[in-house]
Ligand binder design. Structure first.
Ligand SMILES: [Zn+2]
Ligand SMILES: [Zn+2]
Length: 754
């Protein structure tokens, strides 16, 4: 056989394997129509028939002939309907990474690939944006038989001034002409009309800030050197960068990214959802110019699509984005940074469940790249990995400028109750501290991590609480709109004047939220300008940024809000942080309650005293002896880590065991129970050695959510391999025996068991 013959034979793709966004573990074979110009490539999106539906899937393998081990009837194969992209959106590397992700998290490849693209990009109507444009042709070849009119001359001049090329509408606008003289010039071959791809740049029109040049601290310098040395080695290495709030992690990230680019490699940085503010985006653009692409949910679908294409085309060598950006199609990646690596937003909370932080480390491993996980309060698992040598620990224990961490004090609310003779939301100590701070012209942040006015409504006559129609959750009262609403499903109703059950008028509004705290503070301090920041008060695009800017520039004296205000922001004039209602988080029956509380307090305390003046933190609690509070007051991460590790060991939680949750969700409680019981039987059958400890099925701690009953099984094992084996065998058996798997949600390494 000649070389040409071999080549043409390998090029003839007659069949493809396609994975589809359906909860099935397999791919599907389709025939390739021979009459279309596009040829299938790995990672390409295709539209295919699936039963009576048409679905968009991804090509994961190509065949010239059907492989012998595939049991398919060629005559029954259906053809691909349409290729959606000229060039595949998914690179071979991302194909492999998404396959690993689906496998590790016991989910489905097609669903993982769908989730790998930024939200909105799965929509088939997102296409490149093209616009009509005009360009000058060589005047020597034009038709000069007639003189040019005034308008025609103006058109040619305008185009010449613009460098010979303009968008059609811009030309009409600038030359102040209609379409007709342009068309005449086209006919006379002075001009040509063509179609131009327009890249929608989300921040092109904005003014970019100057980036000040400054010297690194000793700790920044040695952390950066360790990272850049590792990049130069071109081998996989993972770092945990543990830097206290205000220690200057961002500057280390930026310089490491520049180093990776200078070495001819690309770089990826993941940030929590809340951090990708327009301010931060402008900083990025200022630092990296058009070589950075930014992926986040605030962009329009078109903008996101264009940013993705710029990465895919290699125009953007730095990609920065939230969770799904871990699958950004960068090639030759040298560095992956996960900022605030402990942040819960890296965990996809719907199927396919995955943790972008962990996928990032695996991606770096596959690519021979360097992974940097950064945090002031690392996740327990990450610090454990640093302790046992899986990650290399880099420490930045000091704030820039040698500033001290804020001094913290606890207020025992049991005492406050005794003194006041009634429940008070704001202690005398906190109010006094606010007064003092305000009198010095300094600013205040009050954290209350629950929105609304009152947590729930209780009838004092019959004891009834008013619950959501769809969830096993009490409704929260929002006074401004006079409504009760469910924070889980969005259900709402007007607040009743009498108890819906017994018609008693003695309704009691229990527990404060941000709206209530902001109100009380406004009454106590009428002279202060107070703004509230939570999901209810931020409704328009740009509103959060505006409120933060007003605060940063001193037009507001105090911010009251949920943890939206706890992260990342730098307000040099804030010298007091008050933490109210911290016990809500501590009281949740969840494995990470203490960890999350510690993280939240440390983050918000880090907002205090970032400027020249020393900061102060006042925390109100009914549990002043809790280790999470004591350690966060001292900003003692390692002390907290030690305490929490003991708790995790006692209760057999990660990192001591591998953990999985299997949730059955069904509108019918008896169906939910019978499916969950069936799953338990298959798990037991797959677990004869009892290497996996199985609890349940039992009602989940939120027993009903969004109109579905929730039955939960919890699995633990010292051996991750055993755990996965038992889950895989049991679920495959269950599927084969006709258990309705679409109601079954498997979460490997769950961040929460609620
Ligand atoms: Zn009642
Ligand atoms: Zn609800």
């Amino acid at each position: 056989m000649t070389l040409t013959a071999i080549k043409s034979k390998t090029e003839a793709v007659n069949f493809v394997e396609v994975v589809l966004p359906v909860p099935l573990k397999r791919s599907f074979t389709y025939a390739v129509p021979q009459d279309v110009a596009t040829r299938p490539e790995l990672g390409q999106r295709v539209r295919v028939p699936f039963g009576k539906r048409r679905l968009i899937g991804f090509v994961t393998a190509t065949h010239t002939e059907i492989p012998k081990d595939l049991d398919v009837d060629i005559k029954k194969l259906r053809p691909i309907i349409e290729f959606l992209d000229d060039e595949p959106l998914i690179t071979p590397e991302i194909l492999r990474l998404s396959e690993w992700t689906a496998d590790y998290y016991a989910s489905f490849w097609g669903e993982t690939l769908k989730a790998a693209l930024p939200a909105g990009m799965n929509s088939e109507n997102v296409r490149p944006k093209r616009r009509k444009a005009v360009k000058l042709l060589d005047p020597a070849l034009a038709d000069h038989s007639k003189a040019l009119t005034e308008q025609q001359s103006a058109i040619l001049e305008t185009l010449t001034d613009a460098g010979g090329e303009m968008l059609w509408i811009d030309l009409l606008d600038s030359a102040n002409v209609g379409a007709s003289p342009v068309n005449t010039l086209v006919k006379r071959r002075f001009l040509d009309v063509f179609v131009q791809d327009i890249l929608r740049d989300p921040i092109s029109a904005e003014k970019l800030p100057e980036r000040p040049a400054f010297a690194l601290t000793v700790h920044q310098d040695s952390a950066l050197a360790a990272i850049t040395d590792a990049i130069d080695e071109s081998e996989f290495k993972a770092f945990l960068l543990h830097g206290v709030t205000g220690s200057g992690k961002t500057e280390v990230y930026f310089r490491a990214i520049r180093h990776s680019i200078a070495m001819g490699r690309s770089a990826l940085m993941l940030v929590p959802e809340i951090a990708l503010t327009p301010v931060f985006s402008r900083q990025l653009r200022s630092a990296f110019g058009t070589t950075v692409a930014i992926l986040h949910s605030g962009l329009s679908q078109g903008e996101r699509f264009d940013e993705w294409r710029r990465i895919r085309a290699g125009e953007a060598r730095v990609a920065i984005g939230t969770r799904s950006a871990v699958f950004a199609p960068l090639e030759n990646i040298g560095l992956i940074i996960v900022d605030e690596e402990h942040d819960a937003s890296y965990r996809q909370r719907e199927s396919p469940f995955y943790n972008a932080r962990d996928v990032a480390v695996v991606r770096a491993n596959f690519a021979g790249a360097v992974a940097v996980l950064g945090s002031a309060t690392p996740a327990m698992e990450s610090f454990h990995n640093a302790q046992n040598g899986k990650y290399t620990l880099l420490s930045m224990p000091e704030r820039i400028g040698g500033r001290n961490l804020a001094a913290a004090e606890l207020v025992d609310m049991r005492e406050a109750f005794r003194r006041a003779g009634k429940d008070v939301a704001l202690s005398a100590e906190l109010l006094e501290a606010i007064g003092e701070t305000a009198s010095r012209g300094e600013q205040i942040i009050v954290l209350m991590n629950r929105r609304g006015f009152s947590q729930f409504v209780l009838c004092r006559t019959c004891g009834e609480t008013i619950k959501c129609e769809n969830c096993d959750i009490t409704l929260t009262f929002h006074r401004r709109d006079g409504r009760l609403s469910c924070h889980y499903c969005g259900f709402g109703m007007p607040a009743p004047r009498v108890c819906p059950k017994c018609e008693s008028e003695f309704l009691y509004f229990v527990g404060e939220g941000t709206e209530n705290i902001a109100d009380q503070l406004a009454k106590k301090f009428p002279a202060l300008k107070i703004e509230r920041i939570d999901r209810d008060s931020i409704t328009r695009k740009g509103e959060l940024e505006q409120k933060l800017r007003d605060f940063a520039e001193g037009r507001t004296d105090m911010l009251v809000g949920t943890q939206m205000i706890a992260k990342g922001h730098d307000f040099p004039n804030v010298t007091l942080v008050g933490v109210v209602g911290v016990d809500i988080g501590l009281g949740l029956p969840d494995l990470r309650s203490a960890e999350r509380t510690f993280q939240m307090i440390t983050q918000v305390a880090g907002r205090s005293g970032r400027g020249e003046k020393p900061g102060r933190v006042v925390i109100q609690t009914y549990h002043p002896d809790h280790y999470a509070l004591k350690r966060s007051m001292a900003q003692d991460y390692e002390g907290f880590y030690g305490d929490e590790l003991k708790f995790r060991e006692n209760f057999r939680y990660p990192p001591f065991v591998a953990l999985a949750s299997i949730m059955v969700r069904h509108r019918d409680l008896s169906r939910a129970k019978s499916i969950a019981n069936a799953i338990r039987r298959f798990l037991d059958a797959a677990n004869p050695s009892k290497a996996v400890r199985i609890v349940g099925p039992a009602s989940a701690s939120i027993a009903r959510l969004k109109n579905e009953y929730r039955m939960q099984l919890i699995l633990r094992s010292e051996s991750r391999r055993e755990l996965r084996k038992v889950v895989d065998i049991a679920l495959a058996e269950a599927e084969a025996r006709g258990v309705e798997m679409r109601y079954v949600y498997v979460e490997i390494d769950p961040v929460s068991l609620m």
